[in-house]
Design a protein around this ligand. Structure first.
Ligand SMILES: [Zn+2]
Length: 478
């Protein structure tokens, strides 16, 4: 995903040191695998070893390899649609269709981005584009984000095809590019606007969820991502006639901007809750026995509980889940070292709570800054209001009933991401999108977007079995 949840980001440093200690080659676990697991491992390996970074990789090449595997599993050419645009020949993808037997059940969509964040060989312990298995851990760029899910989708589609008896529901697979880089050609966005019928589905399964384990690998919780915040950027700008720096006055574009920035720092947007975050705080809070847990349960009951809000605000992740946030991220100003500045500017990066709008967010910022000389200019793209996917009981029920088999006692908790994923493009065109539970990482995180990205083999194989069961169950549930 484009912006991993905060906990994963904070864990990056630890993940690096953990990975650094495991340089010695150790035998893999291949010899103990079932034949179907070996086949899956091959797909996962092939994906990780196909560089799909924006700078020097190719999603089109990865899509072609996955298409060849689907074809080998029995998909006719007519059910595998490759797409790309002439301007972005390396950012292509594919849509594959497994036809269901039911005349009434609506299709479901499996979504996965093929692209990965850049990875510099010199900074990594191992080659990021070589699939390494050491001491029960897979290393390589994309092992976590999100080629493990892509491989699972290709694998489950292939096995359902090989089974000969079609599922009730048509199952579609979309492998896309451009999720990790804001300026890149985004395949999910392109499909949503140019091939809406091809990907039409009652709901989609995507990245963004997942489990958390303790340091011994015991799975404590599984999360489902239902909805996410939306990015909206503003340029904040001040202007001034300027003049010679030898005769300064108080009225100065840089000082004026600086004062406005401090007002943004000190402004807390009002607390908001929706069905997803209310369920998250109630369920996740009930599982802990500390002041934070009690505050989580309390806020779910009463959003006006100020003491609970104050406690939750101590956690930067919860603080962000409870409201729209805006923060200064870039700064510029002045034109010469011996001149009074004529212009100063800053980028304000806002993460809007679902339902909030650009206009409403701007109005609150303008009010907090309270200086008509400070301009806030909304930057493209101007985001439509994001609506969270409804908590579809059919989908949530499947996640929960299968999880009870794999991780008894670990609750399945709905979460709202403070970051962004490709769900952003599908939800507005009417395809509710859920970030799947299944794969987990421990307290050290997975190194996603960072160094020495990795996934424990235990998590890979269990997560893949779990998701296979979930997909088959949903495909047969009308
Ligand atoms: Zn991702």
């Amino acid at each position: 995903m484009l912006h991993r949840v905060l906990t994963a980001v904070l864990a990056l440093g630890l993940a690096g040191s953990l990975a650094g200690g495991a340089q010695a080659q150790s035998p893999g676990t291949q010899d103990k695998l079932r034949p179907d697991q070996l086949k899956f491992r091959e797909i996962y390996k092939e994906l990780v070893e196909t560089n799909t970074a924006l700078s020097n990789g190719s999603c089109t090449a990865a899509a072609a390899k996955m298409g060849a595997r689907l074809k080998a599993a029995g998909f006719p050419d007519s059910d595998i649609v490759y797409y790309s645009t002439p301007e972005h020949p390396k950012d292509g993808g594919l849509v594959a269709i497994l036809h269901g037997s039911s005349k009434t059940a609506k299709p479901m969509l499996l979504l996965g981005h093929l692209d990965v964040v850049e990875a510099k060989r010199a900074d990594w312990v191992r080659d990021p584009f070589v699939f390494n298995e050491e001491n029960g851990v897979f290393y390589g760029r994309g092992t976590s984000d999100m080629k493990v899910i892509d491989a699972t989708w290709v694998d489950v589609m292939s096995r359902m095809k090989e089974a000969k008896t079609p599922p009730k529901r048509t199952v579609k697979l979309a492998l896309t590019c451009g999720e990790e880089t804001l300026e890149a050609f985004n395949g999910a966005d392109w499909l949503a606007h140019n091939k809406r019928d091809l990907i039409d589905a009652e709901f989609a399964l995507n990245e963004g969820g997942g489990g958390r384990a303790d340091k011994d690998g015991k799975v404590l919780t599984q999360g489902v991502q239902v909805g996410e915040k939306v990015v909206q950027q503003f340029r904040m700008e001040t202007t001034n006639p300027g003049g010679h720096s030898s005769v300064p006055i108080r009225d100065n574009a840089i000082y004026q901007l600086a004062q406005a920035l401090l007002k943004v720092r000190d402004y807390d947007f009002p607390l908001e809750l929706n069905d997803v975050t209310r369920a998250f705080f109630a369920k996740a809070g009930a599982g802990r026995d500390d002041p934070m847990g009690r505050a989580m349960v309390a806020i779910a009951k009463d959003p006006n509980d100020k003491a609970a809000e104050a406690e939750l605000n101590k956690d930067r992740g919860f603080h962000s889940m409870l409201r729209t946030t805006c923060v200064a991220t870039l700064l510029d100003g002045g034109h010469a070292e011996n001149a009074l500045p004529q212009r100063a500017g800053a980028n304000i990066n806002c993460r809007m709570f679902p339902g909030d709008t650009m206009e409403g967010t701007k109005a609150q910022l303008d009010k907090a800054i309270a200086d008509p000389g400070v301009k806030l200019i909304p930057l493209q793209p101007i985001r439509a209001k994001s609506t969270p996917a409804p908590m579809n009981p059919k989908v949530m029920g499947a996640f929960e009933s299968v999880a009870a088999k794999y991780w008894p006692g670990a609750p399945v908790i709905p979460t709202m991401s403070t970051g962004a994923s490709d769900a952003l493009y599908l939800i507005p065109v009417g395809i509710p999108t859920y970030g799947v539970p299944g794969f987990w990482s421990g307290p050290e995180g997975s190194g996603a977007h960072g160094l020495n990205e990795h996934m424990a083999a235990k998590s890979v194989y269990a997560g893949r079995d779990y998701l296979t069961d979930v997909v088959k169950l949903l495909a047969d549930t009308e």
